[in-house]
Write a protein that binds this ligand. Structure first.
Ligand SMILES: Nc1ncnc2c1ncn2[C@@H]1O[C@H](COP(=O)(O)OP(=O)(O)OP(=O)(O)O)[C@@H](O)[C@H]1O
Ligand SMILES: [Mg+2]
Length: 285
């Protein structure tokens, strides 16, 4: 498979007075024109991995990597000015909490149009039409009204869909979607997944899909990275996720309710200190 992104030995470090906390510890993976899932419990380093690719870790956090290569160009070596044109144009990211990603004092419409025109030569009218089209595509029923509204007038689920629409308008080569459907009800979730799926299949976009939901990832993705304490502990094909071998992955799976195997009590995940000593598994193809 053609490689769009090659991440080699990625670390995210947070220095403090008490020493350095490593949120991501030597993660390596490639992304092709596929749906790559990242799962793992809260705090395992999923969001920091996504943000580090776009060099969006806030100081004092530090990103280190042997390379983060986008079609042969090492993003680690790009000046910040060039990195800005990578963000939102070649690689888009839907952040975990859309409330913090939207500007509270600008209408939704002005924000989408501004984001779009930043990267294209479209006229205001063209950008407006395109924005309406994308809002409709993420199942927003009354796009004209939404364009005039402010972010606080939107529910969490609407905010998530608006962010997704906004991130997809510039036709990115790669989309990093951090829990993009967690605030959506099941039918809207399905529609949003279908949109992303279509972009991967029709346009060859690469998708990094970060989620807590192992069943969803098993169903939707092609390949899955399982993270624990900043490392990849296991990589597997999504359709084989339920047969995963690592005891942590088994633990995550056994703590999920399954309709086909009902049980009175769900297992509590028992952690083994060895899991945090073993080096990160490479998911480079
Ligand atoms: N500014 C910071 N300073 C120090 N540690 C931080 C900072 N930001 C995040 N961390 C730590 O980095 C680790 C990884 O965080 P990250 O947000 O990547 O987790 P996550 O897997 O996305 O979790 P969740 O599923 O809850 O979103 C966590 O232990 C978190 O506490
Ligand atoms: Mg997160």
């Amino acid at each position: 498979m053609e490689t769009l992104l090659d991440v080699e030995n990625l670390w995210v470090k947070f220095p403090s007075r008490h020493g350095v906390f490593d949120a991501v510890r030597g993660v390596s993976f490639t992304l092709g024109r596929e749906r790559l899932g990242i799962v793992g419990e809260s705090g395992s380093g999923k969001s920091m991995t996504g943000r580090a690719i776009l060099r969006l870790i806030r100081p004092p956090g530090i990103v280190e990597a042997d390379q983060i290569s986008l079609e042969g160009v090492d993003l680690m070596k790009l000046p910040e000015k060039d990195m800005r044109s990578v963000r939102g144009q070649r690689i888009s990211m839907v952040m975990q909490d859309p409330k913090f990603s939207l500007n509270p004092v600008m209408t939704i419409g002005d924000q989408i149009i501004e984001a779009y025109r930043l990267h294209t030569t479209a006229t205001k009218t063209q950008a407006y039409e395109k924005s309406l089209e994308m809002l409709e595509a993420v199942s927003i029923r009354d796009p004209e009204r939404v364009m005039r509204a402010y972010p606080h007038e939107m529910s969490g689920g609407m905010g998530q869909r608006i962010m997704i629409a906004m991130m997809l308008i510039p036709n990115p080569e790669i989309l990093i979607a951090d829990e993009p459907t967690s605030a959506l009800d099941v039918s809207v979730q399905r529609q949003v997944l279908d949109i992303m799926d279509k972009l991967v299949k029709d346009r060859g976009m690469g998708l990094i899909f970060i989620s807590h939901d192992l069943n969803l990832v098993a169903d939707f993705c092609d390949r899955v990275l399982i993270m624990y304490a900043g490392r990849i502990v296991e990589v597997c094909d999504a359709d084989k996720l339920h047969e995963a071998q690592h005891p942590y992955t088994r633990g995550l799976l056994n703590s999920l309710p399954r309709l086909d195997q009902p049980r009175d009590r769900l297992d509590v995940l028992k952690r083994d200190p060895d899991w945090s000593i073993a080096p990160s598994v490479s998911a480079r193809l």
